[in-house]
Design a protein around this ligand. Structure first.
Ligand SMILES: C[S@@+](CC[C@H](N)C(=O)[O-])C[C@H]1O[C@@H](n2cnc3c(N)ncnc32)[C@H](O)[C@@H]1O
Length: 661
């Protein structure tokens, strides 16, 4: 039976496949380190295909480079065989929630999520360490000399990865930080939907560098804006020459041509007062139909330069001149400069009832009615501006919310919930996924839940259902810190407790909102860990008889069935937040034994990791016609069961994809 792969995707392999599809003639075979034949690209041939457009060798080119960039790219492409282990007791509403909290290094998490969340995330917000000279940066260089590690490292994980202080005296100050950011941003881009957007908080220190790597990763054409956010209105008094009051949020979209990447914000205050007229349809304002930008004129837009005709008594407008529509109007300025209309003739016909002419002096001006409430029942929107000065977005609010919720200022610079809510308002609609892989105290999760609740009073009658995915390293808190004193051993502990308390508070504060009981304030905790599978050695001569017996079961002894289930979900790219049902099934031949069987989202996937499964159980499972079925390789009661499984499914549920773990 086919075995599951149990590795994150190999991007080098995928890139070769993509090139092979475009240039099949450039594909060849070559031996790898183990002497096995594998697909490879004949680079000389590929160069010929691209002839004049290749930059090679030491020729000058425009790009950001740093020592280690090549390795950083390799880091992004290298597959890992880790897994995500569920932790029920730290989760809230484990069985029903659609939110995820992943504990571990975000590079691993990003790799593990590649299959499942490819092209599914609408909005990413990150607030990475700013590289201020006091930050800890996660060093992915597992190959460095161990003694060197021990000297430099503050914290280590089992693979030797570590959090190291990145001080300015370090000769690789910027390079180390870029090494950390580059692979993560590259992997993050894959997860964005075509209308996805990423917001990156950063200060003056690395803004230039992070913008450059984003130009490269997301494409310069997909840059939207650098929003200036005033987070510290008093200014940093330790600055030299100029006291900084603001930080930057860099905005890139996956595809600049997608109209739905950024959502307009609802008009309020003064903007609403402009809608000072009313008719049977509702409140409206008049906006000129003539394009005031003189760059648009009969030469550049010939189809938008044509006459309209006005009925003088009513001010109605037509494309045709007749006995009623007698006054001719051209899109020219009062002093005779030719410009053009903003609508083509087709739209003038289709939306004619919105057009109205008014006399100004001796001449007619053509206007269109712009209603405050659109056909979708929502208030008119406007573009968000690039300078944010709102009081509630400043850092004091961020600190206060954490202090009020957790009893102490346990996080150094948490962002304000209102800042992230404002980003959510322009970045994610009612059901979208919001992802933050530098979660810190999980302000983003708090903001998602809060905005979902707020929507009940503005957008729709019901609370919304945006979902969050948070990733946070179990970074150990400093012994002298407030967090440590308050009993939080790691930042991940702070994040989880924040989400628990914020969720509860939002529900308590919004009892008047429609559907508040349905507000999803739960989260599934998944922890990055080594694979559930034992290392399998392909050199039997090096193994003792005892080892061989041990290898008969390839799963580590401390791993639970639920651990295996999540590894299977990851491998098959099945949504990690689907509802899971656990059933105990008995069989005719083994009345006294019950088998634990998982059904994910009814029949999206069925898995049984029990030992000694028999044909009767397999038949019962097949009758449920799951889309995918997974069994344990060493779990068959007899050799005949192992052989017959495929046959049983072929007869009973031919569309099921059957695999072994
Ligand atoms: C500036 S803080 C984010 C603060 C957050 N926006 C808030 O409001 O609380 C950055 C966070 O990223 C975490 N972090 C740094 N490197 C990481 C990594 N490799 N994987 C996951 N988290 C990491 C740090 O532990 C820290 O909590």
């Amino acid at each position: 039976m086919d075995k599951l792969n149990m590795k994150s995707p190999d991007f080098t392999e995928q890139n070769i496949e993509k090139l092979a599809a475009l240039f099949p003639n450039c594909v060849t075979e070559a031996k790898n380190d183990k002497g096995e034949l594998q697909k490879a690209i004949n680079f000389d041939l590929l160069k010929q295909e691209l002839s004049n457009n290749i930059v090679d060798g030491p020729r000058e080119r425009y790009q950001l480079n740093w020592p280690g960039k090549r390795e950083a790219l390799l880091t992004a492409n290298t597959p890992i065989s880790k897994t995500l282990r569920p932790c029920r007791k730290e989760s809230v509403d484990f069985d029903t929630t659609e939110n995820l909290f992943i504990e571990g290094d975000n590079l691993d998490a990003l790799k593990l999520l590649q299959e499942t969340y490819l092209g599914k995330v609408k909005m990413i917000y990150i607030d990475p360490p700013y590289n201020t000279g006091n930050d800890f940066v996660y060093d992915d260089n597992f190959t460095a000399d161990k003694d060197e590690y021990d000297l430099a490292s503050e914290q280590k994980d089992e693979e030797g990865g570590r959090l190291v202080a990145n001080t300015e005296s370090n000769g690789r100050f910027h390079s180390d930080w870029l090494d950390m950011m580059y692979p993560r941003l590259k992997l993050a881009r894959n997860l964005l939907r075509d209308d996805g957007v990423i917001f990156i908080s950063i200060d003056d220190g690395e803004v230039a560098n992070v913008r450059k790597i984003c130009d490269e990763i997301f494409g310069e054409g997909n840059f939207v804006a650098q929003i200036s956010v005033q987070l510290n209105p008093r200014g940093r008094n330790l600055d030299k020459f100029i006291a900084k009051t603001h930080e930057t949020i860099l905005v890139f979209v996956k595809d600049y041509m997608s109209e739905t990447s950024i959502i307009g914000i609802q008009k309020e205050g003064r903007m609403i007062k402009e809608y000072n007229k009313t008719d049977n349809t509702g409140q409206y304002r008049l906006t000129g139909l003539r394009n005031r930008n003189q760059a648009f004129n009969p030469s550049t837009r010939p189809k938008l330069y044509y006459p309209l005709y006005v009925e003088p008594l009513t001010g109605r407008v037509s494309l045709m001149k007749n006995s009623e529509y007698v006054d001719e109007v051209w899109p020219d300025t009062p002093d005779g400069v030719k410009t053009c209309w903003t609508w083509g003739k087709e739209k003038v016909t289709k939306e004619n009832k919105l057009l109205i002419a008014e006399k100004v002096g001796d001449s007619w001006r053509i206007y269109r009615k712009d209603y405050l409430i659109g056909e979708n029942g929502k208030i008119a929107t406007t573009l968000v501006k690039s300078l944010w000065l709102d009081k509630q977005i400043n850092n004091d609010y961020g600190r206060k919310v954490v202090k009020d919720l957790l009893g102490a200022a346990v996080m150094s610079f948490p962002k304000s919930v209102d800042l992230i809510r404002k980003l959510i308002q322009i970045g994610a609609r009612e059901d979208d996924i919001v992802f933050d892989f530098f979660a810190g105290s999980a302000t983003t999760a708090h903001a998602v839940m809060q905005q979902n609740a707020e929507d009940a009073s503005t957008n729709s009658a019901q609370v919304s259902n945006r979902k969050f995915i948070m990733v946070q390293l179990p970074e150990v808190t400093d012994e002298k810190s407030e967090a440590h004193k308050a009993g939080y051993a790691t930042i991940a502990e702070i994040s989880k407790e924040r989400i628990r308390r914020a969720g509860q508070k939002i529900k308590e504060d919004n009892t008047d909102k429609e559907g508040i009981d349905q507000l999803d304030t739960g989260f599934r905790v998944l922890k990055v860990d080594s694979s559930n599978m034992k290392e399998v050695y392909y050199a039997p001569e090096a193994m003792s008889q005892a080892d061989l017996v041990d290898q008969a079961d390839n799963i580590k002894a401390d791993r639970t069935a639920e651990d295996l289930l999540f590894q299977v979900l990851l491998d098959r790219g099945v949504d990690l937040t689907l509802p899971i049902k656990r059933e105990m099934m008995s069989t005719k031949s083994t009345k006294e034994k019950e088998f634990e069987v998982f059904f994910v989202d009814e029949n999206a996937l069925c898995a049984c990791f029990e030992k000694d499964i028999n044909e009767d159980l397999v038949k019962q499972i097949a009758k449920r016609e799951p889309q995918r079925a997974v069994f344990r390789d060493a779990g068959y009661g007899s050799d005949s069961t192992k052989i017959n499984i495929k046959q049983i499914f072929k007869l009973v549920s031919p569309h099921t994809e059957v695999k072994a773990i």
